[in-house]
Design a protein around this ligand. Structure first.
Ligand code: HEC
Length: 122
């Protein structure tokens, strides 16, 4: 009987640990998506989504080492994001180490598989 209780308890603990891990994993990209769709984020006038609807065109950005946006070169994803914040959204650049930047990067990274998924008919 005792072994049953112990196993049940272990199962519950295991379940909780996994749920927390999954929730944590998904939260940053969810927050990043909210920022991406927000016209007033970064003090600008446009949302990223206005020009990149549902992240369209950014599916390969997560793996790039160099970006060429509007004739200028950026050396990292964060720099490319800030470039668009300033020049496209007309907002204020954010700290590359900030939570907002991490969330935005997480959202852009989550777009990676989207092209293949569509091609495969999902
Ligand atoms: C006014 C339109 C406009 C807005 C708003 C805009 N972008 Fe862009 N963005 C562009 C254009 C144009 C390019 C360069 C062409 C391309 O690669 O799609 C670009 C390129 C990028 C790239 C590099 C893509 C690559 O693979 O080289 C990233 C990353 C990016 N934008 C992120 C963002 C984010 C994040 C926001 C919101 C903060 C944003 N953009 C808002 C127009 C816009």
């Amino acid at each position: 009987m005792k072994i049953m209780k112990v196993s049940l308890l272990l199962l519950i603990i295991l379940g909780l640990t996994f749920s927390v891990a999954i929730a944590k994993k998904h939260l940053p990209e969810e927050r990043g998506k909210t920022l991406f769709n927000d016209q007033k984020a970064f003090g600008g006038k446009k949302a990223c989504n206005d020009c990149h609807p549902n992240g369209k065109g950014l599916e390969k950005a997560a793996d790039k080492k160099e970006f060429k946006t509007m004739g200028k070169t950026q050396k990292s994803l964060e720099e490319a994001v800030n470039f668009c914040i300033v020049n496209a959204n007309k907002g204020k650049a954010i700290d590359v180490k900030s939570e907002q930047m991490k969330d935005m990067a997480a959202y852009i990274k989550s777009l990676k598989g989207k092209v293949k998924q569509k091609a495969a008919g999902y």
